[in-house]
Design a protein around this ligand. Structure first.
Ligand code: SF4
Length: 141
């Protein structure tokens, strides 16, 4: 049996053909070995990076783009996306900041995919926290 797919490892998007009737699968159409590895992995353990958004609870911005740091099993992608409904974040957050370690135990962290700058309220809270730390230091002298 022959399966066809498009390699999504790089923007070139090679069209791949996988002959599964061979004693071992044979891949053609790949311009590099990463495409062959991708096709063979797709046969047994298809994975995708989850990209979506989560709710922001403070400031003007309502949603923050997020992604997983590695591809997660394709059969659990919808469940992993739905679970984001229960996630909310507050500024400030830097792009790449970890929002959840090992998202749903799928072996990849959930991280911010954009900066979420401080709002006036979060800036004031951080400043107050900083002042508290200064007070603690002064008391420790
Ligand atoms: S086979 Fe190689 S060159 Fe072609 S899309 Fe995949 S990674 Fe890119």
């Amino acid at each position: 049996m022959t399966k066809t797919m498009t390699c999504i490892v790089c923007p070139r998007g090679c069209g791949l053909e996988i002959e599964t009737a061979e004693p071992s699968p044979r891949v053609s159409g790949a311009a590099c070995k990463r495409g062959v590895e991708y096709a063979l992995r797709e046969l047994v353990d298809p994975r995708r990076v989850l990209t979506s958004t989560v709710r922001v609870t403070e400031g003007q911005r309502r949603r923050l783009p997020v992604r997983t740091t590695a591809p997660i099993p394709l059969p659990r992608l919808v469940e992993a996306a739905r679970a984001l409904d229960a996630v909310s974040v507050r500024p400030p957050l830097a792009c790449g900041a970890i929002i959840a370690h090992d998202w749903l135990g799928l072996g990849a962290d959930l991280v911010a995919a954009d900066d979420l700058p401080a709002t006036e309220a979060s800036g004031a809270a951080l400043e107050a926290r900083g002042r508290g730390a200064d007070d603690d230091l002064e008391q420790g002298d």
